[in-house]
Design a binder for this molecule. Structure first.
Ligand code: NAD
Ligand code: LMR
Length: 332
């Protein structure tokens, strides 16, 4: 029996993500939690003739407890999205508290669940989650993931477009670092099949992957950010987890994790300026992440210069997330 939970299920990402999860053969129970409309979304999805039993929860009547209890996987797309002109960090003031409170519920009612964080700024919300779980004595770094899959999806799509290839899914391109602007570092030198392009095309492609989120925010003209592509990316990651849980081996996803807590992560940490959190290719197992693949030593000189920029931005964002929990008035 596999129970999946979507926290923020009524939103722009939450609804299509919940739909995709309802269609998954790996899920027996799907609990939808939101501060609004989740019973309605659940009623709607429950008419679909697939096996997952769908339930909707609001905060009233211990809804967070009801949703989370018994969860194997919790995905969190709760929180506000950007409008044109905003950075992801501009979302911190509202989303930090939302993520903290949801993670507190997970710590209380589903401490063994895989936790996948979509809410921005991911570079800070994942450190927030780690600190809250630590505070409750239930932090398992092998089960906490920042979802950076959309950067990988974009790198496949945009690379195929530049090369005139018709099938973007033919590309495997690691994207490491964080999830915002120049903290996103696509490693085109390690792409499979190999990518051969001019330096100017490469620079433009890297920029497009790094700032792909802005394209959608601007096109939506104040009505939010990526939702459908994110639902696809989030589902792709959840499915990888569920396949690993079902016993499939050799599954690797790029994801933003707490490096010191995963085998192989400490070596990578020393290669990435001592940062605790970083997106890297991670091998997944039935009980959580089993190995960080250290690919930093294989990157090109050009990519090393991109990484130097990423380290600076990430260091600030990670500290901001940690401080939000550790230096909170009630923690002192
Ligand atoms: P949205 O406003 O459409 O939906 C957010 C949902 O969260 C709403 O239904 C809202 O009611 C709910 N919510 C708010 N507070 C909550 C709480 N305390 N508990 C449960 N639910 C709560 O926004 P969206 O477009 O779905 O985006 C959601 C988040 O995902 C944003 O922060 C956005 O920046 C982020 N995002 C991340 C990525 C990524 O690659 N990681 C990609 C796209 C968007
Ligand atoms: C994205 O990359 O599309 C998301 O992080 C949403 C955003 O704010 O751009």
């Amino acid at each position: 029996m596999v129970k999946a939970v979507v926290a923020g299920a009524s939103g722009g990402i939450g609804q299509p993500l919940s739909l995709l999860l309802k269609l998954s053969p790996y899920i027996d129970e799907l609990a939808l939690y939101d501060v609004v409309n989740s019973p309605g979304v659940a009623a709607d999805l429950s008419h679909i003739s697939t096996k997952a039993k769908v339930t909707g929860y609001l905060p009233a009547n211990d809804g967070l407890k009801g949703a989370m209890t018994g969860a194997d996987v919790v995905v969190i797309p709760a929180g506000i999205p950007r409008k044109p002109g905003m950075t992801r960090d501009d979302l911190f003031n509202i989303n930090a508290g939302i993520v903290r409170d949801l993670i507190t519920g997970i710590a209380q009612y589903a401490p063994k669940a895989f936790v996948l964080i979509i809410s921005n700024p991911v570079n800070s919300t994942v450190p927030i989650a780690a600190e809250v779980l630590k505070k409750h004595g239930v932090f398992d770094p092998t089960k906490l993931f920042g979802v950076t899959t959309l950067d990988v999806v974009r790198s496949e799509t945009f690379t195929a477009a530049v090369l005139g290839e018709s099938d973007p899914s033919a590309f495997k391109i690691p994207v490491i670092g964080g999830h915002s602007g120049d903290t996103i570092v696509p490693l085109l030198s390690l792409a499979r099949p190999a990518v051969t392009i001019s330096d100017s095309d490469r620079d433009a492609l890297i920029k497009r992957i790094q700032f792909g989120g802005d394209e959608v925010v601007e096109a939506k003209e104040g009505k939010g950010s990526a939702t459908l592509s994110m639902a696809h990316a989030g589902f792709r990651f959840v499915e990888s987890i569920l396949k690993a849980v079902a016993g499939e081996t050799g599954i690797v996803e790029n994801t933003y994790v707490y490096l010191p807590g995963i085998p192989g992560g400490s070596e990578t940490k020393s290669d990435v300026a001592g940062l605790d959190f970083f997106s890297v290719p991670v091998e997944l197992g039935a009980d959580g992440a089993v190995k960080v693949q250290n690919i930093i030593s294989s990157v090109s000189e050009y990519e090393k210069s991109l990484l130097e920029v990423a380290y600076k931005g990430l260091s600030t964002s990670i500290q901001k997330g940690v401080d939000f929990v550790v230096n909170a008035p009630e923690s002192k």
